[in-house]
Design a protein around this ligand. Structure first.
Ligand code: URA
Length: 212
């Protein structure tokens, strides 16, 4: 498993505004999209390409095209949905599947409550979108789901991670060279409610408001 913390002043700046509790939802949504587009640039470094022959107005040349099957983008509902637009802006030909996962706030275990994905993911490069890698439970479940369907490799884009969650993911997927995590920051840790500290609060609530 490879972890990349994207190091760029614009990412750090946008993340700071995102963390601020006074940043309103519309700004939070806009900044999330912008951050994901910047992170996606790093996350897609290994996207599979092939040579393609084209004609420019001047001559024939060999360029670069995305290989089929096209990459699959999988936002983890609900908060991952706020990252989708920023991702597809960079990868407009990607297909999109959905995984609905929530954590039981008492046991902190991840449960899958919805799924809309191709049955067969053999050979597919998959980009998972989940803003907060906290305990790691959701991503461990999500990765298992996707590998069970045949995914060739998985790159997860997160805004923030806690060292505890990364360590848990590493314990399960550490030996794999086909798992990548791209992040804007690794924070200090988790608090007693498993929120990331300093974090940005509940990403779903800050994107979409509180739904109980
Ligand atoms: N999920 C969130 O939305 N925020 C956290 O801090 C942890 C998990």
């Amino acid at each position: 498993m490879r972890v990349l913390v994207a190091d760029h002043p614009l990412i750090a700046h946008k993340l700071t505004v995102l963390r601020d509790k006074n940043t309103p939802s519309p700004v939070f949504r806009q900044l999330t999209e912008e951050l994901v587009t910047l992170l996606a640039y790093e996350a897609t470094r290994q996207v599979r390409v092939e040579p393609v022959n084209i004609e420019t107005p001047v001559t024939s040349t060999v360029g670069t095209g995305l290989v089929k099957p096209t990459p699959l983008v999988v936002p983890i509902l609900r908060a991952g949905l706020g990252m989708l637009e920023g991702m597809t802006r960079l990868l407009p030909t990607a297909e999109v599947g959905f995984l609905g996962m929530a954590r039981n706030e008492e046991t902190l275990e991840a449960i899958t409550y919805a799924e809309r994905l191709p049955e067969d993911l053999t050979g597919r490069q998959v980009y998972v979108l989940d803003p907060m890698l906290a305990t790691g439970g959701t991503l461990i479940e999500a990765f298992k789901f996707l590998f069970d369907r045949g995914a060739a490799d998985i790159t997860c884009i997160c805004l923030l991670a806690a060292p505890e969650g990364l360590a848990k993911l590493e314990a399960v997927h550490g030996a794999r060279d086909n798992v990548h995590v791209v992040l804007a920051s690794i924070d200090e840790g988790l608090n007693e409610k498993s929120y990331i500290v300093p974090g940005l609060g509940d990403a779903g609530d800050r994107l979409y408001g509180v739904v109980d």
